[in-house]
Design a protein around this ligand. Sequence first.
Ligand SMILES: [Zn+2]
Length: 421
Amino acid sequence: MHSPKVNVVFHRGAKEIGGNCIEIESQGIRILLDIGKPLVKEGQSAPDMSGVIQKGSQYDAVFISHAHSDHFGLLAHLDSNTPIYCSQATFDLLAIHYRWREKSRLPVNSFHTFQTEQVVKIRNPNHRAEMEVIPFLVDHSAFDAHGFVVRANGKVLVYSGDFRNHGRKGNIYRRVLSLLDDRPVDLLMMEGTNLGRPAQYVQSEWSVEKRLCTSFQQTAGLIGVTFSMQNVDRFVSVYCAALQSKRKLVIDLYSAVVLEAVSRYTPIPGPTAANIEVWLPANQYVAPAWSTAHLRKKIRPTAQLLDDIRQTPGKYVVLVRDSMMHELRSLRFSVHIYSLWRGYADSPKTESMRHVMQQTGCRWEFIHTSGHATRACILQFLKDVPARNLRIIHSEGVHADYANLLALYSDFAWRGETFSC
Ligand SMILES: [Zn+2]
């Protein structure tokens, strides 16, 4: 006899940033929303996963909101036949991640792709009941990120996933309203990453693009930019700034593979565009076989490309990562723009990259905007999607700058909490 209620367990992603893993059970059907690996800083030991998801765990379905590892990184803990649901673009990015980063196959065999706003019905063969999960598109720094509406046993639950409204898709999350049909929401599970950080002005992606353009145009020599190709908004910003300053953008093969995958789903230039150069760093030497013939043709011999860059440094922008520095150290960069979360900039590897570049007099700039909702955006979401119950996840709590939001504090999920409605 199953409980007539809907039960929610916050395995992880509660009072911590990342590692989201939320279990929903109703009428004998058990699903997970995300199965993320908790974020650990370089040098930190792996987090204690005991009592969370046991190796070989079985669920009727696991929904992945987007291809950031703090939302999918523990897939290998599941029984390999567990049905996994994600968008086709997210599936492609997961496949690239496992092949290139983990050097392995996907750890789970049974993938099902959904369309945005498709009603996915999950039935347990032993029960007549069903659960409906409806993905809705959100704006985030990962491509094709989704939140989910879950309908179970007459109850409605909303999971925001990671979202914001200051990127190129803006308030796209508001499409969720049409899925709710004015029905009350019994539980809203919403990300609150920025609630735990000091209050600061958060610029839009357009403002990032403008700052990049200005910096590129004011620099005579070679520019290095550190950014993630999965952050398509950021690629567009860097690409547009390169175009406007009449520079070619130089990317490594792995980034070209990600760009090729993403450009199949959205009208952005692919890696074979005329003003993109592709090169093969030594640590990707086994990789050409994992790319398309188009891309293999596009790879420039490294020595020749570096020569060209040395001769006309003002004509190039190079995507740089710490792993490439031993090959790129012969280049003289005028400016290095760090365009990732500032927290990563203090890692020993990044420090060492910065040190190598500064030895040649390179200037360091930080141009970035958060992939997560601002305080104003969070409040707007709460207004748009009024809910009987709220649990804030993917957050370390409320920073003192948000003292007037302390009333929300009791609504933060805690690890292992079971919520029933
Ligand atoms: Zn994310």
